[in-house]
Design a protein around this ligand. Sequence first.
Ligand code: BYC
Length: 497
Amino acid sequence: MSAEDTVSDAAGAISPDRFVDISYDEVIPNNVALGSDKQLQRALEGWRPKYLDWWTGMGPVGFQQSEVYLRTAVGVDPAGWAKFGYVKMPTYRWGILLAPKVEGRTIPFGRHKGEPAWQEVPGEHRALLRRLIVVQGDTEPASVEQQRFLGATAPSLYDMRNLFQVNVEEGRHLWAMVYLLVKYFGKDGREEAQALLERQSGQMDNPRILGAFNESTPDWLSFFMFTFFTDRDGKMQLAALAESGFDPLSRTCRFMLTEEAHHMFVGETGVQRTIEATCAAMVKAGIKDPNEVEAVRKLGVVDLPLLQRKANFHASVTRDLFGSEISSNAAEAFGSGIKGRFNEVNLKGDDHVLQEATYPVTRFVDGKLVVEDAPALRALNSRLLDDFIVDCQGGIDRWNKSVEKVGIDFKFVQPHKGFNRRIGELGGKRISPTGEVLTEDQWNAMSGAWLPNDEDMEFIRSLMKPCHEPGKYASWIAPPRVGVNSQAGDFEYVKIA
Ligand code: BYC
């Protein structure tokens, strides 16, 4: 089947020069000359039916035969790599796409700084590299599994389409990691590729590797918060791996980052549109006080304090994904040139080796929170977490602007770093959103005001009614300002079969 068959759309066929160097004529679209490595091609073509079985069994429930207005990558150049068109999800062209090679690239950090970037796996770092690729790969199918029931309660066809876009791209990210495992790690790489399809989100016996990917995503607010916070962990981790001295990993992650940006857009604007619907309903009903929760909920919109509790939950669970603030694993990954810092090549003012440097880390000492300087090399997870918190703030500021604009006195804030943590320096400590250390009793008395409680979840469930008519939106969410690919307001993003 040619690319035009699959990704052409109402706007017409794709111009061949837009493919850059991606071959869509093969079973697995790619820009890695897969056809010239028959053994690799056979191994990946052998994995493909198992992937498709996983997609049908564990991917989106329902809608698999519906035509979804999706974008597919048709080139990896920054000047527009996507083509939009109706696609049935199981026929999506999951491909292997790497950002272009930078000639003469050198390892930007760690003990090997300045040496030519590796094109093959460096033997002494093989186990560490494989572990990081497996952890990254594991999150991708996990998120699809977590979101698999959401189509049925989509608040609009626009949102349903965005969900499926995120899902197929997470599937492609799994392909990206499987390519690295199968090409560079031989037999154990192939076994890991198989295991990625066997672990399951939330399953007791064989769960996904990282905690947050075993939480459920039971409703659309969770989905938006997940794509705002947890996909942003994806951005930070991929950016750190994009600095890798192992060039194929770097190139893979650089291309994945372009897709990740859209996922965070879905999250940020999803929450934003929820806030807009709430504010508009409050203004219309003459309600000024955001704490008049009962009156606000009667309007069929989500009260702002509940949105804050949802944000508290997702922010804290996602922060656990950064691992322990002080980590010898992270030090080794950096020292060996495998995983850098966020924006490593552009960081000014240090030697990118970090043997002598220190970094301030919030720790729990003698029942108190203190900030202590730690060796920077061992504090890399802490630093990435701090970068993540800064990155979140931009979106939160934009949410607050929507509230300010209508004169409602409410401000979304990020909880303290130690709030509701299970992993790391502050894991298991009882710390309030504003950073007070609490007793167990104090925590138990207050946690329902800080995290979504049973009543909240029940209310959210009551709102999750499908709205599947083109151009219509559920009461609790405002329409987007602009359609996908500038489509009109009543565009039929999913032709439900
Ligand atoms: N849950 O020294 P430690 C994404 C384990 S999201 C369970 O503290 P380290 C996406 C850890 O594995 C980005 N276990 O931390 C988003 C280690 O076990 P081993 C995913 C945890 O190793 C949305 C032990 O505890 N990518 O892409 O420095 C949708 C001690 O570890 C957790 C990556 O994470 C946890 N939360 O760093 C779709 C990048 N935290 O090895 C996709 C690759 C730690 O001793 N991964 N552990 O058995 C890494 O860089 C690192 O593995 C981590 C942990 C940052 C996760």
